[in-house]
Design a protein around this ligand. Structure first.
Ligand code: NDP
Ligand code: 8X3
Length: 250
């Protein structure tokens, strides 16, 4: 669409799932895109599929010095930032979970997002038009057993998004917290340390969301007239809803 031509998007976590689907959709809309992630061969494969409007760079979000250098080395500042890279590790109870897993989720989902956003903001704030899309989760609003630190990192992402809006009032920068529910990607495979069978069970027999569904919501949000800011968007498949409170008796 004409609306997206001339825009440059930075999408983190472009090697898989929601990030990859978002890159594909943005390219389809005529956008220029920079896609990042740790698995460079995946980025190259994506580039060979979508073409020259995609530039790629290896970037580990837990390496905050690399994040800062990446932004200062950019020859052109993106006017769309999609903070998508993130992960859940494990589904153990809080008394049993691995502290290393907790640290890595905090470093990726919170610290990485904060450092990248802080590096980009001085350049984005004066722009005539700019967008920050942060990928949070329903896990940031609804607690579930084993969600402990993962859900907490996503609550952080949502509140960080809303607080960015508070600080960016008066600028043209829009900020949206995108909060997906059950979406089939490599998310569960990562959560269960590469156990594909266990991961497949999460989506078995469900009409789950797809990465393309979330990419569509992201792009529809970006395509709204520039005076409209969607603060939060929570998305579930029709097959997913809420449970009752757990009450332990006796
Ligand atoms: P995937 O596992 O398919 O994709 C995750 C992406 O994040 C990959 O591209 C991965 O790239 C990247 N990533 C992870 N760690 C790092 C890191 N240290 N540095 C750079 N990139 C990293 O899962 P999804 O597409 O589902 O996940 C995308 C986002 O969506 C996450 O923030 C997730 O929390 C969120 N989400 C997912 C839901 C779901 O049900 N799937 C629901 C709600 C939210 P690489 O490994 O190559 O570095
Ligand atoms: C991913 C959704 O419910 O598996 O954020 O935590 S959930």
């Amino acid at each position: 669409s004409d609306d997206m031509k001339g825009r440059l998007a930075l999408v983190t976590g472009a090697t898989s799932g929601i990030g990859e689907a978002t890159v594909e959709r943005l390219i389809g809309l005529g956008c220029q895109v920079i896609g990042t992630g740790r698995r460079f061969e995946r980025l190259e494969a994506l580039k060979s599929r979508v073409g020259e409007n995609l530039r790629v760079a290896r970037l580990d979000m837990t390496d905050v010095e690399a994040v800062r250098d990446f932004v200062s080395d950019l020859s052109e500042t993106p006017d769309i930032l999609v903070n998508n890279a993130g992960l859940a590790l494990g589904l153990s109870g809080a008394a049993e979970a691995e502290l290393d897993d907790w640290d890595r989720m905090i470093d990726t989902n919170c610290r990485g997002v904060v450092h990248l956003t802080r590096a980009m903001l001085p350049k984005m704030k004066p722009m005539k038009r700019a967008d920050i899309i942060n990928i949070s989760s329903v896990a940031g609003s609804y607690p579930y057993p084993g969600g402990n630190v993962y859900g907490a990192t996503k609550a952080f992402v949502t509140q960080f998004s809303l607080n960015l809006r508070a600080d960016l009032t008066g600028s043209k920068v829009r900020v949206t917290s995108v909060e997906p529910g059950l979406t089939e990607t490599e998310f569960s495979e990562v959560r269960f340390q590469g156990d594909k069978e266990k991961a497949a069970k999460v989506y078995e027999g469900t009409e789950h969301l797809t990465a393309a569904d979330i990419a569509r919501v992201i792009c529809d949000t970006l395509l709204l007239p520039p005076h409209i800011n969607i603060n939060r968007v929570e998305i579930m498949p029709v097959c997913q809803a809420f449970g009752p409170f757990a009450i332990s008796r006796g």
